[in-house]
Design a protein around this ligand. Structure first.
Ligand code: MN3
Length: 198
């Protein structure tokens, strides 16, 4: 049985950047549905683990697991690294890491935003840590992630952004770039830094 993470904030706490109603539908409807379906699928497949490396090993062979399982895991990872705008300061140490990799924090924002904006249709933008410790930015389609055998991404994710329309359409309609721009106000950098150091 897989679970949704408990949010460290109330549904309305990400306002004005992500509105309460979007969070409500996103977490309580979309994410809950992906999670429930994933539990059923894993049960049928007799997969007892909730480790993404195990769960998604043969994702290419099962579209339902790929779509619903990706929806379960990706949203947990996404919601876990969000928090109230006021509490989200990047540490000097981690800003240095970002600068070493991308030139500056602003350059990182530019590159990540570009990945999010240019992902055609539904999908995700990701920041990943490679084996040599360096960081890379990429995007995936639909609910795909790096643990699936459908791609050759080898870095470990430390941050992601949902760019499905359901993540922003109520508030932003077709203005995905504006949603992406506002995302940086609600990133919980302490979670991202912890993942980087893990
Ligand atoms: Mn979503």
């Amino acid at each position: 049985m897989v679970k949704q993470i408990k949010l460290n904030y109330a549904l309305g706490d990400l306002e004005p950047y992500i509105d309460k109603e979007t969070m409500n539908i996103h977490y309580n409807k979309h994410h809950a549905a992906y999670t429930n379906k994933t539990t059923v699928i894993l049960d049928e497949l007799k997969i007892r683990s909730n480790n993404p490396k195990v769960v998604f090993k043969r994702a290419s062979k099962n579209a339902s697991l790929r779509n619903n399982g990706g929806g379960w895991w990706n949203h947990n990872f996404f919601f876990e690294a969000l928090n109230k705008p006021a509490s989200n300061k990047i540490s000097a140490e981690f800003e240095e890491v970002i600068s070493e990799n991308f030139g500056s924090y602003d350059k990182f924002v530019e590159e990540f935003s570009n990945a999010a904006a240019t992902q055609f249709g539904s999908g995700w933008a990701w920041l990943g840590k490679k084996k040599d410790g360096s960081l890379e930015i990429y995007s995936t389609s639909n609910q795909d992630n790096c643990f699936m055998d459908v791609n050759k991404i080898s870095s470990i994710p430390i941050l992601c952004l949902d760019v499905w329309e359901h993540a922003y359409y109520l508030k932003y309609q077709n203005r995905r770039p504006e949603y992406v721009k506002n995302f940086y106000n609600v990133i919980d950098w302490s979670v991202v830094e912890e993942r980087y150091n893990a």
